[in-house]
Design a protein around this ligand. Structure first.
Ligand SMILES: Cc1cc2nc3c(=O)[nH]c(=O)nc-3n(C[C@H](O)[C@H](O)[C@H](O)COP(=O)(O)OP(=O)(O)OC[C@H]3O[C@@H](n4cnc5c(N)ncnc54)[C@H](O)[C@@H]3O)c2cc1C
Length: 596
């Protein structure tokens, strides 16, 4: 075909196709990355293995961003006055190991072996290395113990013991989180859910899937595919992340525009509380108004309120007709107009609307093996990935063609290519998802302000870093990445708190979908009023009296010590009552005018 020969990667050039009124044809796959079809890391449900750490290293090595390994600042493993920096900016806050947490003893390990057997208790330092280090290689803890329960009863017994003995615990899934939430800060026990990976039931009529928390997202999707359904979320880490981790981070991803967030799709959860109580909220009902919807507080709680052990999720039917268009736009204003046009014209079949700037594309083309430019002749500043999903190919194709034709005529888009093959579509997602940045900011912003922050940051940092912007435009979610040759405190101080202040100034969110983890301890106040943080602290007190679950991560362990409304708001990390172990964060109201 003429169009195919113009573009050696089997994308059909849009200008040619639309102008000639051609049909969208099935094109063979060609753009798949050398990394396989499903993201960067792979667990295969077999849990933590040494090979995983090699895969992680290899994945990072294709990026030009140097992985930053931030060692614990002054951990010696033998006393309890340890301290470390956290967040993106070292020195921007120090966390001290809380003396109230017990240190691990041989007797503890013996006890855990009694619960889990030999296989479920990992003490080998090499094996622990993977679990102690986050996906970005930015945070590294020093846990001496990883536990791999296989049943809810075992999770309950473990937590009961830890609660009684004040052993701190980090719940961990696939360890693909991007804010350091899944790794220990000091010597917390790692509770990895990877061995709880059974699919428990699936009802084809209702589309309701019930499974254990350690099931890998991609495994679930493959299971559903053969039964005519699909998971309501999809993300670049799907080959490694677990549904329990997705729920605990309230992961958004690529399909949120179409299917909504996990707050809507998760119908039930089984959660083990810090004291070992099993909370059975594993309903499969779509409607249940008997009092508060308690399961919601565990969705996005980042492992601070309980350990998710089972999930019931509503899965949509897998629709046969999928089309993907890769479009080039001259400027950001055209991207916005194209989005408005897409909503108007594609209506119910619009399933994803993503954007990336030229800098992101170039970075990926340079560093990701197998990545190819679908529009090698276009050098526009912005690119859009528009996906439609429907049940009738003829109907969908007509709609998509009409939309593309109108966007071309109105000069909203300059060029484009379309594809129907799903592996090509997957390569789009990879282009968007593997930019290899070191400093990642995940922000919700009003659409009109989404890209100006990238431009301002570029101007601010000039030659000291490469600033790229991409994201889920359909959800108002910008991923602002700053790629620098090496970790540099001075650079961080130029980025933060500026990036958060700018976000707060337009009433955005400093964490759209990744959570707060260890990266954004203070930043919560840019997006939540103090009164809301107090309510969160109340939940934490209620559900985890001794604060053993994911300590030092401030999602819900931030506790106000003064009534809000005073000029300065002091918060205490880890609910420590002992002065030397306290970390006071002075959050001044005048720094956050929109919060008062
Ligand atoms: C390449 C790549 C692409 C990504 N794309 C997206 C994206 O598009 N959208 C998006 O939202 N995110 C994205 N992410 C980040 C996303 O948060 C994670 O990939 C995923 O949701 C985390 O799942 P996990 O099993 O790896 O959890 P982990 O990383 O292991 O844990 C994340 C948090 O959840 C807690 N946790 C994990 N399991 C449990 C459990 N069973 N019970 C209680 N707490 C638990 C941990 O303590 C931690 O705080 C991406 C990450 C990568 C590496």
């Amino acid at each position: 075909m003429k169009s195919l020969s113009r573009n050696s990667h089997n994308w059909r050039r849009l200008g040619w196709a639309v102008k000639r009124g051609e049909t969208i044809e099935q094109a063979p796959a060609s753009l798949g990355s050398a990394r396989g079809s499903s993201g960067l890391l792979r667990d295969e449900g077999k849990g933590v293995r040494k090979s995983q750490s090699r895969i992680v290293s290899r994945a990072l090595s294709v990026s030009d961003a140097k992985p930053v390994v931030r060692q614990i600042d002054s951990w010696c493993g033998c006393c309890s006055s340890h301290q470390r920096g956290y967040g993106s900016a070292p020195g921007d806050g120090q966390v001290y190991r809380d003396k109230r947490y017990a240190e691990l003893k041989d007797a503890d390990i013996v006890h855990f072996r009694q619960i889990l057997g030999e296989k479920g208790v990992v003490v080998d330092r090499d094996d622990l290395d993977w679990a102690n280090t986050d996906w970005m290689h930015k945070y590294r803890g020093n846990s001496q113990l990883l536990l791999r329960p296989q049943t809810t009863q075992q999770v309950s017994e473990i937590l009961q013991y830890c609660h009684a003995g004040r052993l701190a615990v980090v719940p961990q899934g696939g360890n693909t989180g991007l804010v350091g939430g899944s790794v220990p800060v000091f010597d917390e026990v790692i509770l990895n859910l990877g061995a709880m990976n059974k699919i428990l039931s699936f009802d084809e009529a209702s589309g309701i899937l019930v499974c254990e928390a350690g099931c890998i997202l991609e495994t679930l999707d493959n299971y559903l595919k053969s039964r005519g359904h699909t998971m309501p979320l999809d993300l670049g880490a799907k080959g490694s992340c677990q549904i329990g981790g997705n729920v605990s981070t309230n992961a958004g991803g690529l399909r949120l525009l179409r299917y909504g967030s996990l707050h809507g799709n998760v119908l039930g959860l089984e959660v083990v509380l810090a004291d070992g109580t099993v909370l059975d909220l594993l309903g499969t009902l779509r409607k249940d108004n008997t009092g508060y919807d308690v399961k919601q507080i565990f969705i996005g709680a980042e492992g601070t309120l309980g350990v998710v052990t089972k999930v019931s999720v509503l899965t949509p039917p897998k629709l046969a007709s999928v089309n993907v268009a890769f479009l080039a736009c001259e400027d950001y204003a055209s991207c916005q107009k194209t989005f408005a046009e897409a909503k108007q014209q594609l209506g119910e079949i619009l399933s994803a609307f993503e954007f990336l700037d030229r800098h992101s594309l170039e970075l990926v083309l340079k560093h990701l093996d197998g990545a190819r430019d679908p529009l090698p002749d276009s050098k526009e500043s912005f690119y859009l990935v528009v996906e439609t999903t429907g049940s009738n190919q003829t109907h969908d194709k007509e709609k998509l063609d009409a939309f593309l034709e109108s966007a071309l005529e109105k000069e909203l888009i300059k060029d484009g290519a379309v594809a129907q093959d799903i592996s090509q579509a997957a390569s789009f997602w990879k282009v968007r998802e593997v930019p290899g940045a070191v400093y990642k900011y995940d922000l919700s912003l009003p659409l009109k302000d989404l890209y100006s922050l990238v431009e301002d940051m570029r101007e601010r940092l000039r030659d000291s870093a490469t600033v790229i912007g991409y994201g889920h435009m359909g959800d108002g979610n910008l991923h602002l990445n700053v790629v620098a040759p090496s970790y540099d405190d001075k650079l961080v101080s130029q980025i933060e708190p500026y990036v958060y202040e700018r976000t707060a100034a337009v009433k955005g969110s400093v964490s759209a979908e990744h959570g707060l983890g260890l990266m954004k301890p203070k930043a919560i106040y840019y997006s939540k009023p103090p009164a809301a943080v107090q309510v969160m602290a109340g939940f934490k007190d209620l559900l985890d009296r001794h604060g053993i679950l994911n300590p030092y991560k401030p999602t819900a362990s931030v506790k106000s010590t003064k009534t809000f409304g005073t000029p300065t708001f002091d918060v205490t990390i880890c609910r420590s009552d002992e002065t030397p172990l306290q970390t006071k964060l002075k959050v001044k109201f005048e720094q956050m005018p929109l919060l008062v």
